[in-house]
Design a protein around this ligand. Structure first.
Ligand SMILES: Nc1ncnc2c1ncn2[C@@H]1O[C@H](COP(=O)(O)OP(=O)(O)OP(=O)(O)O)[C@@H](O)[C@H]1O
Ligand SMILES: [Mg+2]
Length: 312
């Protein structure tokens, strides 16, 4: 059956065509690192990119595991996009995720009238990604059930999706259909990943970047004005480093470091200042860093100590 005549492929084109952007694929790690920095404002180690691309060459799913705010989701999306030359689909997992939510389901009224066939079938993102030959970022895989994880692995292994109601097998058309999964093992209320699952994935551990890299990321992602001095960023990073070592329920990641500097700049701007003052930074600190009330006191103490100020 040709693509033009295939009703499902046509539906996918109609539903998802608009949200799929195309770009030139980049499959060479050195060029990818440069593109990630220039176009995506992401600093990524070349070794990481090499492992991800090598896994893709072998059709192996990649698992990004690490603490919150270390770029797992954003780097995952960007790498899938570079590899496929199209932006990926993102599946944010939850306990009740199943094949009907990610592969497809049937319009109830239409199914009653027309039966369970291609007319009443509504394709969902995983099937769309396979047909459109693009990647899938499965976010927070530990939040899904073991059943869902096994279904996913079977699809990745065989590069095909079976829809029994349609008596159809959909096969991947190119190498763009790849999967990156993210997981944060420290997150509460999460399922363990099974041995079978871990055996079949390529695991990459994420961690907080070095101070120099984090400084570069903040510079890259902040505005030029109001001016944020390197000295101030240094103090912010020192506070963040201290907080990561303490027993906070929510440790600040690079995402928080960036959000903190942006928020400080906005506060300074709203005050009509051309320079970010320590008081702006301190003001922004609590709202960005304290995600849970039990962390407030520890954060306050660290801010006081690092910035040498009193907080009212
Ligand atoms: N290597 C990096 N280069 C540039 N920005 C980064 C990097 N790592 C983290 N960031 C910052 O963090 C944000 C992305 O964090 P992201 O949500 O991808 O993290 P995550 O690891 O998926 O977190 P979570 O576990 O909370 O989902 C970016 O918008 C950016 O501000
Ligand atoms: Mg994430």
């Amino acid at each position: 059956m040709g693509i033009e005549k295939d009703l499902i492929a046509k539906k996918i084109e109609e539903i998802y065509g608009d949200v799929i952007r195309k770009r030139k694929p980049v499959r060479e790690p050195g060029i990818a690192v440069k593109t990630l920095e220039k176009e995506y404002k992401l600093i990524v180690d070349e070794r990481l990119v090499t492992i991800v691309f090598a896994a893709f060459m072998n059709g192996r799913p990649v698992l990004f595991e690490g603490p919150p705010g270390t770029g797992k989701t954003e780097i995952g999306e960007a790498l899938l996009e570079l590899w496929a030359g199209r932006n990926p689909f993102v599946l944010p997992c939850s306990e009740n995720y199943d094949e009907y939510k990610v592969i497809g389901d049937f319009h109830p009224l239409m199914a009653m009238k027309e039966g369970f066939n291609e007319k009443s079938f509504i394709p969902r993102p995983l099937l769309a990604a396979l047909i459109l030959d693009t990647g899938v970022l499965v976010d927070e895989i530990r939040r899904s059930s073991e059943e869902f994880q096994n279904m996913l692995l079977d699809i990745i292994d065989k590069r095909r999706i079976i829809v029994p109601e349609l008596k159809r097998v959909f096969r991947a058309r190119g190498v763009g259909f790849q999967i990156i999964l993210t997981s944060n093992p420290e997150d509460i209320a999460q399922n363990e990943l099974s041995d079978a699952f871990l055996r079949r994935t390529t695991r990459i551990k994420f961690d907080y970047p070095t101070k120099d890299v984090e400084m570069k990321i903040i510079r890259m992602r902040s505005n030029t004005s109001p001016h944020l001095s390197s000295n101030t960023i240094d103090l912010m990073l020192e506070a963040i480093e201290k907080l990561r070592k303490l027993g906070l329920s929510h440790k600040p990641g690079t995402a928080e470091a960036v959000a903190w500097s942006n928020m400080s700049q906005s506060i300074a701007k709203l005050r009509g200042s051309t320079v970010v003052l320590i008081e702006d930074v301190v003001e922004a600190a609590m709202s960005i860093l304290a995600k849970r009330s039990e962390d407030e006191e520890i954060i306050m103490d660290v801010i006081k100590e690092v910035f040498g100020i009193e907080i009212s």
